[in-house]
Design a protein around this ligand. Structure first.
Ligand code: SF4
Length: 238
């Protein structure tokens, strides 16, 4: 299906000028998506588990150095390197631009993780332990994954599904801003904007046309659906 014919082309814009590196989005993602908690020792062994991480880097030369932060998540690439290498088609693309992951199909070869230039796929090495009362706060809309599968950000597909079903029952399209992934909903300075790139008037589309836009490793031809805005002033319209 061509991009023009789509009702929805989900995408995200992240304004790096607004991001303070607070990490609220990381916690929101963990809570929303039942991402397993990893102990300190396991973390040190490289078994850390998160679908969204904050990368810190430094800008400028001493003494005029400034810390910058870049939220890193699945880029939902239009030409995703993870998809063709999966031997069982657990990593796939849907016609709304999402890079999906079928957990009960994944056999854990980790080819997808090795082929992802953004290192945003995490392998579940453990059977997650959810001591009481934590099971009571698991999100019933999201599968609790077990050992041996590759996990990653889905743009909170459960929220997308719910928003689309609500819109369908009311015989309309999803309204701009109606669906928000947990990270975007939580971000205090509003650095993350999610929406429909197929709608040229949506908030996310307007931001995506900013002269400050860039995409990570664009030269690789991965065609990411996550667009970053570099420093140089705010332009959150609407
Ligand atoms: S919640 Fe917003 S400001 Fe905080 S780290 Fe995430 S993107 Fe940056």
């Amino acid at each position: 299906m061509s991009r023009q014919a789509r009702f929805y082309q989900w995408g995200m814009v992240i304004d790096l000028d607004r991001c303070t590196g607070c990490g609220a989005c990381v916690v929101a993602c963990q809570a929303e998506n039942n991402v397993a908690l990893v102990e300190k020792q396991r973390f040190a062994e490289g078994r850390d588990m998160h679908w969204l991480r904050i990368e810190r880097y430094w800008e400028g030369e001493f003494p005029h150095v400034r810390a910058r932060f870049l939220p890193m998540l699945c880029q939902h690439c239009g030409d995703a390197p993870c998809e063709p290498v999966c031997p069982v088609y657990a990593s796939y693309h849907n016609d709304e631009g999402l890079n999906g992951q079928v957990y009960n199909r994944c056999v854990g070869t980790r080819y997808c993780g090795n082929n992802c230039p953004y290192a945003v796929r995490v392998f579940n090495f453990l059977n997650p332990d959810w001591p009481q009362p934590l099971p009571d706060q698991l999100n019933p809309d999201v599968t609790v994954r077990s050992r041996g599968v590759m996990e990653k950000c889905t743009f909170c597909i459960q929220r997308i599904r719910r928003g689309k079903e609500t819109a369908k029952s009311e015989k309309r399209l999803v309204r701009d801003g109606e669906i928000q992934p947990a990270c975007a909903q939580t971000c205090p300075p509003g650095a993350i904007v999610f929406g429909n790139l197929a709608d040229p008037d949506s908030h996310v589309s307007r931001l995506a046309r900013s002269p400050r836009r860039f995409r990570l490793f664009e030269d690789l031809g991965t065609d990411p659906s996550v667009i970053y805005l570099k420093g140089g002033g705010h332009e959150h319209a609407g």
